[in-house]
Structures are given as structure tokens and as C-alpha cells.
Design a binder for this molecule. Structure first.
Ligand code: NDP
Length: 254
């Protein structure tokens, strides 16, 4: 069974990490894809991988902090596929690590722009296009940070990711009766460029009862569930893919 057969989807942050894994998984499940990130060359390399799986794919390079990038992604879906059935709005950035009082206002604003305001730009571009068709599903990548834990130095990121979870619930409330589902995906530490050095990854593994961080493919599988009809009565939810981090702060003594 193909879980996303002929679904016309946007994937942002598709050139690396979770978005890259998602693009390949969604293509294997039959989706037609618009891939977005800033670096056109890295994006084209992923598009080639998707094509080699038989998936139909187009690229839009741009910054998700700009409304124009989301408008271009939607226009590309309409031109290439005749409409839009959903999106995996997945881009995020941590920004400079510092205690909150030491984070410059411009840095705080940039982290909010990429993690939170970008989601509103995405909604404004994607929702009308989906309402013009048969609705569909939107998934936004939030984080365990800001939702189950605060980590020192990550105050701007935590603020943005907590806000994103609220935006997604509101989106679900606004559009559930119109056939649009919206859910937040909350990964724990995941083995991508964002996770940093091997030392950082080992430290992050210790925050998770499963005592490891996720493979990007494991997080992509959770996104696949939320985008597919397997989640047909799931909206406004937060799906944790965090190795149990949110469930307990206590590690078993063995
Ligand atoms: P990666 O660093 O591996 O990938 C980030 C992707 O986003 C790249 O494709 C990058 O491409 C793109 N990107 C970054 N900034 C922008 C921008 N302003 N506009 C457009 N594209 C952009 O990160 P992950 O896969 O780890 O992160 C994916 C999501 O998962 C993020 O929302 C992150 O916050 C979240 N997350 C990650 C965790 C982890 O431990 N890795 C834990 C919890 C949540 P380019 O640079 O070319 O634009």
C-alpha cells in the first residue's frame, strides 16, 4: 500500500537531515514533491535521488523566513501538479547559544522568523491552495526543546518551538471543519547536522530514556503517518518522536 499515492506535497528543509529522509520516504510512498531549502545545489542533489526512486519532483530555493518563498512553493505545486494536498514544514534553526539576557534582539528575532513566523507565511500560502482543492494535511516540525525541556542557551529556539506548537493547534481549530488537518511533530535529538559534534550527540543521547538519538528516517516515518490517511482523525496533536524524553526525566538505574 502506498501511503501518499499521488499526494502533491511541499517539503521544506529537504536538502539535509530529517527533510532529506522525508523526501525520500514520501517519494517511495508515491508522493509528488516540491522541495525547498536555500542552497540550490544541495537541493538539486536530493531531487536527483528522489527522481531515481521514480518520484516526480521540483525544487524551489529560498529562505522560509520570506513569504515569497512559500508563495513560490505553492505556485510550483500548482504549475507542476495542478494543486496542493499538504506540506511538511520542517525548517528550523537554533541560532547563537547564550543565556536569554545575552541573546541580541536581532538574533532572537531571526530565530523566531525562521522557526515560527515562517510557519505563518506557510499557512497563508498553503491553506488557500488546499481549500481550493480537497483539503489535506500539514505537519510542522517543532522540537522536544521548548515543549518538554528547556536546555541552557537555547531560549530563543525554545520560545519559537513552543509558539509553533500553539500555532498548529490554532490552525487545527480554524480549519478542521474544512478538511485540513494540522499536527506538530516533536523530535528528540536527531542525528543530523543540527545536532552538532559527536560529543553533543552523545550528551543529547543521555536526555532520552532510549539512550540514543533518533535516525532522521525514524522522525520522517512519524511525519509520514501524520500526512497520510492513517491519521485521518488526528488533528491539533503533538506527536513526540523523542525516545521517551517527554514521558520521564528519570533514567532507569540499570
Ligand atoms: P539540518 O540542519 O540537517 O537541515 C536543515 C534544513 O533546513 C536544510 O535543508 C537547510 O538547507 C534548510 N534550511 C535551514 N534554514 C533555512 C531557511 N532559513 N530557509 C530555507 N531552508 C532552510 O536540520 P534537521 O534535519 O536536524 O532539522 C529539521 C527540523 O527538525 C528543524 O525544524 C529542527 O529544529 C527540528 N529538530 C531537530 C532536532 C535535531 O536534534 N536535529 C531535534 C528536534 C527538532 P539550507 O541550509 O540549504 O537552507
Amino acid at each position: 500500500m502506498s501511503l501518499l499515492a499521488k499526494r502533491r506535497l511541499i517539503v521544506t528543509g529537504a536538502s539535509s537531515g530529517i527533510g532529506h529522509a522525508a523526501a525520500l520516504l514520501f517519494a517511495r510512498e508515491g508522493a509528488h514533491l516540491i522541495l525547498c531549502a536555500r542552497n540550490a545545489e544541495r537541493l538539486a542533489a536530493v531531487a536527483e535521488e528522489v527522481s531515481s526512486l521514480g518520484g516526480e519532483v521540483h525544487c524551489v530555493s529560498g529562505d522560509v523566513a520570506l513569504a515569497a518563498t512559500h508563495e513560490a512553493c505553492v505556485a510550483a505545486a500548482q504549475d507542476a501538479f495542478g494543486g496542493l494536498d499538504g506540506a511538511f514544514n520542517n525548517v528550523g534553526m537554533v541560532g547563537p547559544m547564550a543565556p536569554l539576557a545575552d541573546i541580541a534582539p536581532a538574533d532572537f528575532a531571526e530565530v523566531l522568523a525562521v522557526n515560527l513566523v515562517a510557519a505563518h507565511h506557510a499557512v497563508r500560502a498553503q491553506v488557500p491552495a488546499m481549500l481550493a482543492g480537497e483539503g489535506g494535511a500539514l505537519v510542522f516540525t517543532s522540537s522536544f526543546v521548548g515543549n518538554s525541556v528547556a536546555l541552557p542557551g537555547m531560549g530563543a529556539y525554545a520560545s519559537a518551538k513552543a509558539g509553533l506548537t500553539g500555532l498548529v493547534k490554532s490552525l487545527a481549530a480554524d480549519y478542521a471543519h474544512m478538511g485540513i488537518r494540522a499536527n506538530a511533530l516533536l523530535p528528540g535529538g536527531t542525528d543530523t547536522a543540527m545536532a552538532g559534534s559527536e560529543e553533543n550527540k552523545a550528551w543529547a543521547a543521555g536526555l532520552h530514556p532510549m539512550r540514543r538519538i533518533a535516525r532522521p528516517e525514524e522522525v520522517a516515518q512519524a511525519a509520514l503517518f501524520l500526512l497520510s490517511d492513517m491519521a485521518s482523525f488526528v488533528t491539533g496533536s503533538s506527536l513526540w518522536a523523542d525516545g521517551g524524553n517527554h514521558a520521564t526525566k528519570v533514567q532507569a538505574p540499570w
